[in-house]
Structures are given as C-alpha cells and as structure tokens.
Design a protein around this ligand. Structure first.
Ligand code: TRP
Length: 331
C-alpha cells in the first residue's frame, strides 16, 4: 500500500530557530521512513509582505540548505521551492472560485497581518490561505503537521476540499492535522511566556540553528530566569528556568532529574553555560554541513530541481483531474 502523504511548508522569513528544530524538524526526520513527506519552502507566501529581493533569494536558499543540513533527505522526501512548481498558483486560482471573500476576511492571521501592515493590505494577504490550501491539496496530502497558529488555515483547506468534492466527485484527499509525537515547545529566552519566534525583533529572544557558538553562549548567559537560585522544573512559577531545562534536555540528552541533580544548586550561571554548550555541541555538525552546502550552490540548485520535478509529477495529476471536473477543455 502507498504510504500516506505528509506536507509541510515554511516561509523563508526570519530565522530557523532551535524551537523549530526541537518542536518540528527533529520529528520530521523520524517521519521520513514511514510517510511520503513533502517539504516546501513557501517562497510565494512570504511575498505578501515586502521583501528585499537579493536578501530574500539568499534567505530562501539558506533555508533550503538548513533543511538538508538538519537531515531532511532528498532521496526519501521531496524538498523543493513552492515557486518552482507553477501548479500551486494554477490550483489556487481554481480554488479561489470556490472560496468566499467573507471566509478569508474572518481569518485571524489576515486580521492580524492587515493591522500590522495597514499600508499594504494586498490581495495576496487575503488569499494566503487559498495558496496554502493549494499547497496541501495538490499532493493529495493526508496529514499536515501544523502549529496552533496554522490550524485555522488547515480547517479552511478541509472546507474547500469537501466543498469541491461534494460539488463534483471525490477529487481531493481531505487532510487532517498530524498529531503524532509532538516535539517539546520552546519559549523565548527573553520572554519565557511567549513561544520562541522565528521573526522576533529582539535578537536575544531566539537562537538560530546556524548561529555562531560565541553568540549562542552570550544569548544563554543573558536568558531571563527568576530571582531564586534553584534549578527546578516548574513551568508555572519558573518559566525561564523550565524552558532552559527543556532545551538542555532536548539538545543535550539529559533528563530533568539528571539536570536537577547536577545543576540544582550550582547557581544559574553554570546551568546557563551548560545549556549554551549543549546547544553549540548539538548544532555543530548541522552548521558544518550547512556551511559546506552553501559553498556548493550548484548542488543545492540541483537538489531543488530534482525536488521540483518530483513534486510537479504529482501536482500535474491532480491538476488534470481538477481541470476535467470543472469543465476545461483537455490539451
Ligand atoms: N503558512 C504556513 C506558516 O506560515 C507555511 C505554509 C505554507 C504551510 N504552505 C503550507 C504549512 C502548507 C503547512 C502546509 O507557517
């Protein structure tokens, strides 16, 4: 039997953080054998806000290299750029005709982004969820690992798929949220009540997976803690320390018990240093591989090309079905 398809996309904006690594990427590595995974760099999505072209191009390629450096394997999974497969926008147009403006205006993310970029409330911002629906439906995706912020977009994707299937006949697999083994949630180093964000304006709040060791050590040294002196897991009363414990246990392979035993009363400074060192150590091979890949652009572009070809093959099949069902003349 065919394996189920998992699709995930990431916008090439901000940085890929240790939060993304612990919470998502490290789990994807394990999924690659049991599912047909498709990982797209959602480079059309991020055009909804202004990007500096040269920087944007570089960042998108850098994200792609970071995915590979983390262990996403182009021989097992499909790794590609969304913009390389024209079927995404082709399907988006058709799905647009089955999506209501009111539905899009009600999306929480649209409302947030429209408020944040009041001078640039473009059609793309409104239509963003339909492009995401196209990403997912194009590949007959069964499962989408999404965080809470993208849940609503997955819901509308399901609505659109069901609507289309009911109007014509079963065409799209109706996707579900992937709730498998969930990675631990990592919070900001500066505001431990908030999720570590890939686009936090405060550089001390998040750590990139390709960050220089010195900078990583400094950020951990500056991490917000509390006025006690004991290292103890207590997310409610000690969110900063508890977050650091999660990071140390995920990146350094230590249990909470062990951490409390070793660092419990040694003072925060030595605990923070241990966190920094564990992160540096764990990221070292990723950073080395990343640097090597970025020095070989031709290789990266070849992997991307091969990924796009594989993606296109699946996408075309879906498009043929869709076009026939809505009544377009065959080629
Ligand atoms: N919108 C998603 C985000 O900002 C990124 C994304 C684009 C995506 N296409 C997708 C996620 C398809 C899952 C499936 O996080």
């Amino acid at each position: 039997m065919d394996k189920k398809i998992i699709y995930s996309g990431i916008q090439p904006t901000g940085i890929i953080t240790i939060g993304n690594y612990i919470g998502a990427i490290s789990n994807w590595l394990k999924l690659q054998d049991d599912y047909d995974c498709i990982f797209g760099i959602a480079d059309l999505h991020a055009l909804t806000v202004r990007q500096v072209p040269a920087e944007y191009r570089k960042r998108a390629l850098s994200f792609f290299a970071q995915y590979i450096a983390c262990g996403l394997d182009h021989e097992k999974s499909i790794l590609y750029f969304q913009s390389h497969v024209a079927e995404h926008t082709e399907l988006q147009w058709i799905l647009n005709c089955f999506t209501y403006i009111g539905e899009m205006q009600r999306m929480t993310q649209f409302k947030d982004k429209a408020a944040k970029h009041a001078d640039n409330i473009n059609m793309g911002l409104l239509d963003y969820p339909v492009l995401m629906a196209a990403d997912i439906l194009l590949y007959q995706t069964s499962l989408v690992p999404v965080g809470i912020d993208q849940k609503q977009h997955l819901e509308i994707t399901r609505d659109i798929a069901v609507r289309f299937n009911n109007l014509y006949s079963p065409t799209f697999t109706v996707p579900e949220a992937y709730i498998g083994e969930r990675g631990a949630k990592v919070f900001s180093l500066q505001q431990p009540g908030q999720k570590m964000s890939k686009s936090d304006p405060d550089p001390n709040a998040s750590v990139s997976i390709i960050e220089e060791p010195d900078s990583i050590m400094k950020k951990f040294a500056r991490a917000v803690t509390d006025s006690e002196t004991v290292v103890r897991y207590d997310p409610e009363n000690k969110p900063g320390i508890s977050n650091l414990m999660v990071i140390l246990s995920e990146m350094g392979g230590m249990s909470f018990d062990e951490i409390e035993r070793v660092y419990g009363d040694k003072g925060y400074a030595s605990f923070k240093k241990a966190c920094g060192e564990a992160v540096v150590e764990r990221l070292k091979p990723i950073k080395e591989e990343y640097d090597r890949l970025m020095g070989d652009k031709e290789y990266l572009l070849n992997v991307a090309k091969e990924g796009a070809e594989k993606a296109r093959r699946i996408a075309r099949r879906t498009m043929q079905k869709v076009k026939r069902k809505v009544g377009l003349v065959e080629q």
